[in-house]
Design a protein. Sequence first.
Length: 488
Amino acid sequence: MKKFIFGWAGLVFILMLASCEDFLELDPVSNGIAVGNAAGDSILYKTGAEVEAALAGAYADFKNEYYQLDYYVNGDAQSDDAYAGADNPANFQIDDYKIDALNSNVARDWAYLYAHIGKTNAVINNVDKCPDASLSAARRKEIKAEALFIRAFQYFQLVQLWGDVPLQLTEVRTISAANLEEIYPLLYPPRTPLDMVYQQIISDLATAARGVKVTAPHKGYATKGAVYTLLAKVYATIEPHDYNKVNLYCDSVMALGYSLMPQYDQLWDNSQENCSESIFEINYNGGVSDGNWGAKMFRGLDWKKFNIPSNDLVKIFEQEGDMIRFTSSIVWEDVSGRWTDPHWPQVHYPFINKWRNYAEGSDQNYIIYRLADVMLLKAEALNEMGDVSGAASLVNQIRARVNLPETQANDQASMRLTIEKERRLELAFEGHRWYDLKRTHRAIEVINNVKGENDIPLGYQLTENRLLWPIPQAELDKNSKLTQNPGY
């Protein structure tokens, strides 16, 4: 109650100071939960060019710190595929499952994702109000559909990290004494139950699927393939899993003409970006204004990098005899005299090898979704629906590309583990492993049995409460309607 009174009183006090004005213009109070319009105009976009620029701004947020770095820290260093690396205490907390509500990554990722949502809300709610007749109805539909996909993508990130989260679908333009009671709940919303957030994600994607194009100038735009892939992932994650829908949307993707690259390394040698296998890919042009600085966080000898490949993953590659994907995914460098690491005490040190153009401001793209991911997700769905042979056929297609023999799994239980391992080897360091372990309810068992060098147990103590992150303390302090996740 004290926090609520403070928040309300603070706004009232500010308004009193500005009582001589007709209204007070404020930036959003809560890390992008709502997006502001400084002009206070009922028409946010007056021209089609302004609408297009707003959509471009929403796409541009796929190049912020969350997607350049934290997306991969959260998906891989939080799993058994990588160690935190570097010297960032916030990342060490994530790596060791000892995160707390003051963790700086937790605060900034919440802020990044809600700021991204705020940009999409502005587009979604205002594109149809634009008075520019040159902006056609068809293009307005496409713009809204693309923004809906982007919003759904961000909410899917949020629910996987935090569970119940505030569901913000409108934007706040101005705050005044006249609209304070209306605006306050938008600035300080409660958490929305998980199932309702998922309903909104699915609704957004269903509308997006009807409006986005089949193809685009490059894979950095929302297309039907990207929408269907996200829908498949949502239905594979939501409880209870709907594997019929997973299978349906994987089929929808596969019917669009994507194809596996003939050689696995072609995905990573930068010779064929936006290739036939890629479904959604963050595109960089390079340079100061549009360069990828994130790749440098994972590779190079100038300082100790993030997401160091784990002993456990290296061992799995070697045990499988999977040398093609091993060498494409991991590169070894001599770090003599540069740094030491308790996980890799020798001077021969592993780095991620998938993002190879790691110069400052490079034009290295990031592949977010690709066909092999979808094929293995379909294999999972078929196996859970009882079609073990159908699942095996898809797994074998993936294995054939890297010259591995067909799987010997011939029952549902063994096929389930085979698919889990195949996803791990095929998609290493692409930000999927932690979420795969969570959605299949395998995270606690797998993580608590991880071994390091010389098969020495690492002693992780992951519990049910640590499968979700804490709500950032700064958000709790500002918003009395928010509640903390259990265990924090």
